[in-house]
Write a protein that binds this ligand. Structure first.
Ligand code: ASP
Length: 323
C-alpha cells in the first residue's frame, strides 16, 4: 500500500561538495514498520551503522567509491536481518536465489549476477563480472562458475538459511490465502558513494521477492532499474516491487531527468518514487547521491532502512518515516 508523501526524506544541500558521501539502504518492503520493537529497530540501525563504518573506512583512506560500495554491501550481506546474502528470502520451490549488480560512474562499467545460490557475497560476483568486462550480466550456474574462477568465495546453500525466512516460506506454502499475495519485497540492500576523486558508484544485492517464481529476476541486478551510476548526474540504488522498477527503469530515469530536464536530484528522485511509482501503487524507495554530494532517500512505503555519512559528520540512520 502506498502511503502519503510524508516519506519524503531530503537532506540539506551542502554548499560545497563534501570530500566524500556514502548512503546505504536495507530495504523498504513489507515490515512491521509501525509496531517494530525498540530492540528490533536497534538491530537494524546497528546493521546500517556497521555498513556505513565499513564503507567510510575505505573513503577516509582515499579509496574508490566502488570499493566503498562493496565494503558496505558485503557487511549487509553478512547480516541475517537483511534480505541479501545470509537471511535472504526463499522462492516458491524453497530455494534461495540471489541477485546483485554494481556500476561505476566514471566510465559506466557495470556487472551483474542473477539467480546465484552458492556465492557467499553476490556483490563480489557482480564486481568480478564488471572487472572482467567481457559481459555485463551472468545468471545461474554460469555466473557461479565464473565467480568462483575469479576467486569469489562459494558456500553451501545452507549457509544462507535463517529460521525466520524459512518459516515465512513454509507459512506461505501452506496458506492458500496468503499465496495470493506472496510477492513482498523484504529488505534488499544497497549502497551509493561519492569518493574524494568525485567518482560515483552504486550497488544493490538481494534475495528478491518472498516466494517469487523459480527463474524470476527482479530489478536489483538490472542495470538502469535497480542500480545506476553516472558521474555526470548521480548514483542510485533501489528497493521495492521489482517488476515496476524494471518497467519504469527507475534508477536510470532519475539520472536522465537530471541530465535532460535539468532537475535537481531531489526533484528527479521524488518525481519517480513519490509520483510515478506511487501512482502505479508500486511500493519502494531509492537512495541516491549526486556528483555534488547531495543526498536523496525518498520512499513511498511506511519505512525504509536507510542511513548516510558525509566526511566529518556523524552517521545518520533511520527506519520509519521522519515525524
Ligand atoms: N527489488 C527487489 C526485487 O524485486 C526486492 C526488494 O527490494 O526488497 O527483487
Amino acid at each position: 500500500m502506498i502511503l502519503s508523501l510524508a516519506g519524503f526524506a531530503q537532506k540539506a544541500m551542502p554548499e560545497e561538495r563534501p570530500p566524500y558521501v556514502l548512503v546505504v539502504h536495507g530495504g523498504a518492503g513489507a515490515m512491521e514498520w509501525e509496531n517494530m520493537s525498540d530492540e528490533a529497530r536497534r538491530g537494524y540501525e546497528a546493521g546500517l551503522l556497521e555498513a556505513l563504518s565499513a564503507g567510510e573506512e575505505v573513503l577516509k583512506k582515499g579509496g574508490t567509491s566502488i570499493d566503498t560500495v562493496v565494503a558496505a554491501i558485503t557487511r549487509l550481506e553478512d547480516n541475517p536481518l537483511f534480505n541479501a546474502g545470509r537471511g535472504a528470502v526463499y522462492n516458491e520451490a524453497g530455494h534461495i536465489a540471489h541477485d546483485a549488480s554494481i556500476m561505476e560512474g566514471k566510465q559506466g562499467k557495470a556487472g551483474a549476477v542473477g539467480m546465484v545460490g552458492i556465492i557467499k557475497h553476490p556483490i563480489l560476483a557482480a564486481k568480478a563480472v564488471m572487472d572482467d568486462g567481457r559481459h555485463v550480466f551472468l545468471v545461474g550456474r554460469g555466473a557461479e562458475l565464473f565467480a568462483s574462477s575469479k576467486g569469489v568465495d562459494t558456500v553451501s546453500p545452507d549457509y544462507f538459511y535463517t529460521k525466520e525466512r524459512h518459516d515465512a516460506w513454509e507459512k506461505t506454502r501452506k496458506t492458500r490465502l496468503e499465496r495470493e499475495f506472496p510477492l513482498q519485497p523484504k529488505g534488499t540492500v544497497g549502497a551509493v558513494a561519492l569518493d574524494m576523486n568525485g567518482n560515483l558508484a552504486a550497488g544493490t544485492s538481494t534475495g528478491g521477492m518472498h516466494y517469487k517464481r523459480v527463474g524470476r529476476l527482479g530489478d536489483s541486478p538490472v542495470i538502469g532499474a535497480g542500480t545506476w551510476a553516472d558521474n555526470n548526474s548521480c548514483a542510485v540504488s533501489a528497493t521495492g516491487h521489482g517488476e515496476y522498477f524494471i518497467r519504469n527503469t527507475v534508477a536510470s530515469d532519475i539520472s536522465a531527468r537530471m541530465k535532460y530536464l535539468g532537475q535537481s536530484l531531489q526533484e528527479a528522485a521524488n518525481e519517480v518514487v513519490m509520483v510515478r511509482l506511487a501512482t502505479l501503487d508500486a511500493g519502494g524507495g531509492i537512495i541516491a547521491v549526486d556528483r555534488k554530494g547531495n543526498i536523496a532517500m525518498p520512499f513511498n512505503t511506511a519505512g525504509m532502512f536507510r542511513g548516510y555519512v558525509r566526511a566529518g559528520e556523524k552517521p545518520y540512520v533511520a527506519v520509519s518515516k521522519e515525524k
